[in-house]
Each structure stands twice: as C-alpha cells, then as structure tokens.
Design a protein around this ligand. Structure first.
Ligand SMILES: Nc1ncnc2c1ncn2[C@@H]1O[C@H](COP(=O)(O)OP(=O)(O)OP(=O)(O)O)[C@@H](O)[C@H]1O
Ligand SMILES: [Mg+2]
Length: 259
C-alpha cells in the first residue's frame, strides 16, 4: 500500500532508524501503534457527544499496555479505533506503520487480518464450531494448509488439548476465554487487543486466563493492548494508561516494565 504504510506491515524486529540531526544510525524500538491528537465525537439526540478528546499515545512493538478508567471513559472506543474497527473524527492513528485514515474499509480489513487479533469480554466463539474449529478458522482463512496442527498446538498451550471436539456451550467461561485467546494468537498477529478479557470470569479463572495471555504474549513477542478493570491484570502490563472522560489523565509503569 504505497503512500499509506510507512513500512512493510507485520514486522516484529526492531529496525535501524536514521537520526538525521546527529547523522548517525541507531537502533530504536519501533512504534506498533502511534496516535496523535485523536478525537471521537458522535451525534446524539442531545447534540454532539465527545467520547475521546486529543488523545496521543505511542506503543512500541512487543510492549504490553493496559488501558484503565471508569465506565464510560472511552476505553472500548479507543481500542476499536486503534484496531481500525471504527473511524476517528479527527487526529491520526498509525497501526503497524499504516495510516488508518488514508485507508478504505477494505484496506483496513486486510490490515486487520494480517496484523490484529482480538479477545472480547464475551468470548464471541462461533457456537456451531467446535473449540478446535474455532481456532482453526482464522488460520484457514489465511489459506494455511497446516491449520489443524497449528490449532491443536495452541489448544495445548492454553491447556485445553482434550477439549478440542467440544462446542462452546459445553465449555466453562474460563475455558471459552482460553479458546478465544488461542484463536486470537492463531494467525500470529503482531498486535493483540483485549477488551476486558477477564470481565466475565471469577478471580481464580481470570488469573489462569491472564497467565495464558502473558505467556503467549512473551513467547510470540506480540504487542498487547488491553482494557481492564482488573488491577492485577493492569499491573502485569509494562504500562498503564488511564483515561478520564475521554482524555489521557496519567501514564505509569507496570510491574513488567523494561528497566
Ligand atoms: N455510538 C455511540 N453513540 C453514542 N454514544 C456512544 C457511542 N459509543 C460510545 N458512546 C458513549 O461513549 C462513552 C464511552 O464509551 P466506551 O464504550 O468507550 O466506554 P468504556 O470506557 O469502554 O466503558 P465500560 O468500562 O463501561 O466498558 C460512553 O458514555 C458511551 O455511552
Ligand atoms: Mg468498554
């Protein structure tokens, strides 16, 4: 996509940046997501509602970032915009080097398919497919003939290799969420967006789901952006970004921040 993407999407490795001012080459981690002056307004019966106002944020490849804030502060809206599922009123987002506002829906869909995985609060597994088939589907959609073996490997990693033939309604909430995580990692996405991945789970089950999420995140070097009300989960991320009424109110380091 010439003119839209600054670089070939789906790169994982840090690249060399040319620092023109000092005229020397230096290595730098590259932005997986860059947001500048992002604003989202929607029309309502009472007039225009500003959901996000002047949000700017950079997220490096391989980073894990928690988006926290009160209900209604704009977290899910921000996640949807970053993932290219929604469009901003003004401001700019670059996802894996691609300028989202310069892309049409088809181009954004193609970028999402190559780059992005999602985990939703409500799992969103396809009820008519078994656990294994749910994980295989995105791999098959990429035209990969090894979908069965890859999906079985992922089920094994999330501790559910024995449950591949079960349908979602035969699995507990925590099991369904682990299948959803396996599915999100199935295409080796560069960025994983998770909106309240433990929101529907009890603390113990949520803890297991979190462990799986971070284990796969470390193993695959995935950039992880998650929305959560769960303090334990937020602290496990490298950075915690707090939204208040649609603006970034604070940013702090989490427990897994780089030294
Ligand atoms: N399409 C829309 N039309 C009108 N208002 C909207 C629309 N989408 C979101 N909102 C409003 O924008 C605000 C932010 O919504 P959002 O879903 O991003 O919040 P959130 O921080 O994810 O909240 P929660 O923690 O409850 O999930 C809310 O007040 C919501 O009602
Ligand atoms: Mg939300």
């Amino acid at each position: 996509m010439p003119g839209i993407c600054l670089r070939r999407p789906n790169r994982r490795t840090p690249r060399l940046h040319y620092n023109g001012w000092f005229a020397k080459w230096q290595t730098a981690r590259e932005d997986m997501i860059r947001i500048a002056g992002l604003t989202k307004r929607v029309p309502t019966s009472e007039g225009e509602l500003t959901i996000l106002e002047d949000v700017s944020l950079g997220i490096d490849a391989g980073e894990s970032v928690a988006i926290v804030g009160a209900s209604g502060s704009g977290k899910s809206t921000l996640l949807g915009l970053m993932a290219g599922l929604d469009t901003a009123t003004s401001g700019e987002i670059w996802l894996d080097g691609c300028k989202l506002s310069a892309m049409d829906e088809e181009q954004r869909a193609s970028l999402r398919a190559r780059t992005v995985g999602f985990v939703f609060q409500t799992f969103q597994l396809l009820p008519s497919l078994t656990a294994l088939e749910n994980v295989m589907l995105p791999i098959e959609l990429k035209g990969d003939p090894g979908a069965g073996a890859k999906a079985r490997d992922l089920l094994d990693r999330v501790g559910l290799s024995q449950r591949g033939h079960h349908y979602p309604n035969q699995l507990s909430g925590g099991e369904q969420q682990r299948i959803a995580i396996a599915r999100a990692f199935a295409t080796r996405a560069s960025v994983l967006f998770a909106d309240e991945p433990t929101g529907n789970l009890d603390t113990a089950t949520g803890g297991k789901v979190v462990d799986v999420l971070f284990a796969l995140n470390r193993e695959f070097g995935t950039t992880l952006v998650l929305v959560t009300h769960d303090e334990r989960l937020a602290r496990e991320c490298g950075r915690i970004v707090k939204l208040v009424a649609g603006r970034i109110a604070s940013e702090e380091s989490g427990e897994s921040a780089d030294a």
